[in-house]
Ligand binder design. Structure first.
Ligand SMILES: [Zn+2]
Length: 506
């Protein structure tokens, strides 16, 4: 046999794609060429594969070796195709049998000594392999994460030598350690934060209704403490969502191999000096950087000191907030990555950010300019705006009697989500935060309770757009309290969650 096709996989963005690695060993001057849109790392495979084959005691053909990667339109990047090229050459030269690899996708980087090394994005590649092949051969260092995929036989190898021995029947393939059961990680608890009854209620509403939330207050008041505990009151991820989150982490090279399926929603908190590419993703290579907003997919993006972020970064959040994905256009292709996250914003009241007890020296103009960085299209999407005050001793003392754990809050949130699921089963949205303006005026119109809202509108306390937001929040308050429709009290509670509007700069 002079010709062979082996399946391998590449990752574009955070999605795995199967590719064909076709090898022809022909007449002509000895040489080795790779065609089909390879990047530099793939091009360097020539040197690695040749050395690895020879150093594993196998024969490299003294012929003209041509490798073609297809579909040719997809950009191939990274060193993960090495192992598939080696196997293709070995089958084309009858050192291995091609039929043994019929239902396999092969992924791994080769060392010059023939060692098989782990590759970024093994999990999304494994997901692609499970869909149409069912067998996945990869480096032992990334085999365990691939066992998260159902209906996939994972074969780990540590070297090319071991691979050949397995397929010649000389040794048995090692079994991969099956990881422990999927679970939610226990994080810090809401009960550890004293006071802040209103802010906690606001976060409970945000968790239940899927609303974006902003917290404004002096430094050290507890904004970060509260934000860090927010994922603890969110509903756990479904298995599919969790697998997607893990695939994203695998693409970003963040998945270690001691791993069980993690049902905790991700919490991503970029520093305000983070660059546009780091936050949004992209970069100039075909192996696009996985942005922090994609790492926050199905979870929470927390922007602490939000006005300190570059305007460019803040503006770029608009598109993902609207569509739940980020589109990165390149010269030769367009890459899409998921980025559906819940936004939690925290901000000081002014640029100097005096700690409690200190005096602020900022001019009124500086203060307005500071918070104005958050205004406009971004804040338009933030339903809940909370103003945080330093809790008094009395407040802390009262609350200590009935302080609630994250679990108690999470149970109410889950019940509220159930109500939404029932109510929205014929709609194309699933949480209150995504109710359309039309649905708020038809199917989910507020009845008598809406008068409170009309009154606020007439008195100019809220805008028309603000009224829609209050209506959505009223539904969330009603779901959390177990009402069928929002009552007057629910609308008033919703209005209180918009309390900071217009007062931030004061
Ligand atoms: Zn100041």
């Amino acid at each position: 046999m002079k010709h062979a096709i082996i399946k391998s996989a590449i990752v574009i963005g955070v999605t795995g794609h199967l590719i064909d690695v076709e090898v022809d060993v022909g007449e002509g001057l000895p040489g080795f060429s790779i065609v089909g849109l390879p990047d530099t790392a793939v091009g360097e495979a020539r040197d690695r594969v040749k050395a690895a084959v020879r150093n594993s005691g196998l024969v490299w053909p003294n012929r003209k070796v041509t490798v073609s990667l297809s579909p040719a339109g997809l950009p191939k990047s990274g060193a993960g195709i090495d192992l598939a090229i080696a196997v293709a050459v070995l089958t084309a030269t009858s050192q291995l049998k091609i039929e043994d690899f019929k239902n396999f996708a092969i992924l791994g980087e080769l060392g010059l000594d023939g060692a098989v090394k782990e590759v970024r994005g093994a999990l999304p590649a494994a997901i692609a392999a499970a869909e149409s092949l069912g067998n996945f051969l990869t480096a032992e260092n990334c085999a365990a994460q691939c066992t998260l995929v159902e209906n996939l036989n994972v074969v780990p190898v540590s070297s090319l030598k071991e691979l050949v021995a397995i397929f010649k029947g000389q040794v048995k393939p090692r079994s991969v350690q099956v990881k422990s059961q999927a679970k939610v990680k226990q994080g810090s608890d809401m009960s550890e934060v004293a006071g802040h009854v209103t802010a906690k209620w606001g976060l409970e509403c945000a968790a239940a209704g899927g609303h974006h939330v902003a917290m404004v207050g002096p430094p050290g008041v507890g904004k970060t403490l509260l934000a860090e505990r927010f994922t603890g009151i969110l509903p756990p991820l479904s298995k599919t969502q969790a697998l997607n989150v893990s695939a994203i982490r695998s693409s970003a090279g963040l998945l270690n191999d001691e791993y069980a399926l993690d049902l905790t929603p991700p919490f991503v908190a970029p520093h305000h000096t983070a660059t546009h590419v780091a936050v949004i993703g992209g970069g100039y290579k075909s192996a696009a950087t996985v942005g922090l907003i994609t790492q926050a997919h199905n979870g929470v993006l927390f922007l602490d000191e939000a006005p300190e972020f570059s305007r460019n970064v803040l503006e770029s959040l608009r598109q993902p907030l609207e569509s739940g994905r980020v589109v990165i256009a390149r010269a030769n292709f367009v890459s899409q990555m998921p980025a559906s996250f819940q936004l939690v914003i925290a901000s000081n009241l002014c640029p100097c950010g005096p700690t409690v007890g200190q005096k602020c020296n900022c001019s009124m103009q500086a203060k307005i300019r500071y918070l104005n960085k958050l205004s406009g299209p971004l804040m338009d999407r933030v339903d809940i705006r909370l103003r945080l005050y330093v809790p008094t001793q009395a407040e802390i003392a009262i609350e200590m009697h009935e302080v609630e754990s994250s679990q108690v809050i999470a149970e109410r949130v889950l019940l509220a989500r159930e109500r939404m699921k029932q109510r929205f089963k014929d709609q194309d949205f699933d949480v209150n935060a995504r109710m359309t303006p039309k649905s708020l005026r038809t199917d989910f119109r507020l009845n008598e309770s809406g008068e409170v809202l009309q009154d606020s509108l007439r008195r100019g306390i809220i805008s028309i757009r603000g009224a829609d937001r209050v209506a959505r929040l009223a539904w969330t308050a009603s779901d959390l309290r177990g009402h069928d429709r929002p009552t007057k009290e629910d609308v008033l509670a919703a209005l209180s969650l918009r309390d900071a509007e217009g007062k931030w700069a004061a």
